[in-house]
Design a protein around this ligand. Structure first.
Ligand SMILES: NC(=O)c1ccc[n+]([C@@H]2O[C@H](COP(=O)([O-])OP(=O)(O)OC[C@H]3O[C@@H](n4cnc5c(N)ncnc54)[C@H](OP(=O)(O)O)[C@@H]3O)[C@@H](O)[C@H]2O)c1
Length: 292
């Protein structure tokens, strides 16, 4: 059994994907804006991910913008049978790289067509509606109107499944009234556990939870407790952070991001790491003290 098969699978819409996938955001230039500093290295990361058995890639056409999707297409098209590419819409980039809301029917429709064109697809597997009431964290506000736009595009055959991102529990409940929601993608990791209750609720209903910033994001997690546990287990802190998420709940699908083949290999090797029960208490303290 190859290393990442050991982590098992979970439903993502009509597909079952391995619980260890790859997030492509880090492939664009600094600040997720403009081209990568090393284009060949970016293509190599994507090819290595799929060659290693990754069957779930997370992206967006607003990474770059357009560049990350174009890299995915160049590296991987025609896509391997069973590869699920998940994208997200509802933001656009300012000329200075800022992140701006793009929630109107015209903007969402354009975004879906941009994703299809740049990825070289006729239908998008999963499209997450990313709430932009606040760019940094979930904030209440109705998502019904933009979700209805995505549901219309789904009826037209351009989208297979719809998910939500950067959302509150109330928005998840509202969304599930509007259309079938197959996944929720929110910020969550060993140090940021605000979605603990939501993850359990979604698990009970068979809905995937996809933590973004699983390693802490642009500034990866730093914690002496995490480092101590990693040293004890002969693993790296990032591997422990990923193994903890895999153990946290069966509906968690991982999409750690990296622009480096060496880091990709390290992250995928987290599949081999089984956390013993006696480190869980120590790792729980990382959330209460935050990352240091
Ligand atoms: N829905 C949303 O609003 C949203 C927001 C953010 C991200 N996302 C998605 O979530 C995915 C994951 O988030 P992310 O990539 O921003 O954050 P992340 O996975 O938490 O961490 C990425 C950072 O960790 C570093 N890193 C990765 N592996 C490492 C390793 N083994 N050792 C040391 N450093 C390592 C990367 O640098 P190197 O490149 O040097 O490895 C990068 O700086 C993204 O790719 C994107 O698809 C979604």
């Amino acid at each position: 059994m190859s290393s990442i098969e050991q982590v098992g699978t979970f439903n993502l819409g009509a597909r079952r994907v391995k619980r260890l996938g790859y997030g492509a955001m880090q492939l664009a230039g600094p600040g997720v804006f403009g081209p990568p500093k090393d284009r060949d290295a970016a293509l190599a990361v994507l090819r290595e991910a799929v060659a290693s058995g990754v069957d779930h890639i997370d992206t967006s056409d607003f990474y770059g913008p357009h560049i990350t999707n174009q890299l995915i297409r160049e590296a991987l098209h025609p896509y391997r049978e069973g590869l699920t590419i998940v994208t997200k819409v509802s933001a656009k980039r300012g000329a200075d790289g800022s992140w701006l809301p793009a929630f109107s029917r015209e903007e969402l429709t354009q975004a879906v067509h941009d994703n299809l064109r740049n990825l070289g697809l006729e239908v998008l597997d999963v499209v997450n509606l990313r709430s932009m009431f606040n760019v940094h964290h979930p904030e209440e506000g109705s998502l019904e109107a933009p979700l209805r736009v995505l549901a219309d595009l789904q009826k037209q055959g351009l989208i297979r499944h719809i998910g939500l991102s950067n959302v509150t529990r109330t928005q998840v409940l509202e969304g599930r009234e509007v259309c079938d929601i197959v996944c929720v993608q929110n910020q969550y990791n060993l140090a940021q556990r605000g979605d603990d209750a939501l993850i359990d609720e979604l698990a009970r209903d068979g809905i995937a939870y996809v933590p973004f910033f699983p390693l802490g994001g642009f500034t990866p997690l730093q914690s002496s407790t995490l480092s101590d546990v990693a040293a004890r287990l002969g693993a790296t802190p990032m591997q422990v952070a990923l193994a903890w998420l895999l153990r946290r709940s069966p509906n968690i699908l991982l999409i750690p991001g990296t622009s480096s083949v060496a880091h990709l290999r390290e992250n995928l090797a987290a599949a081999e790491l089984k956390l013993p029960d006696d480190v869980l208490g120590a790792l729980d303290t990382v959330a209460s003290i935050g990352s240091t």
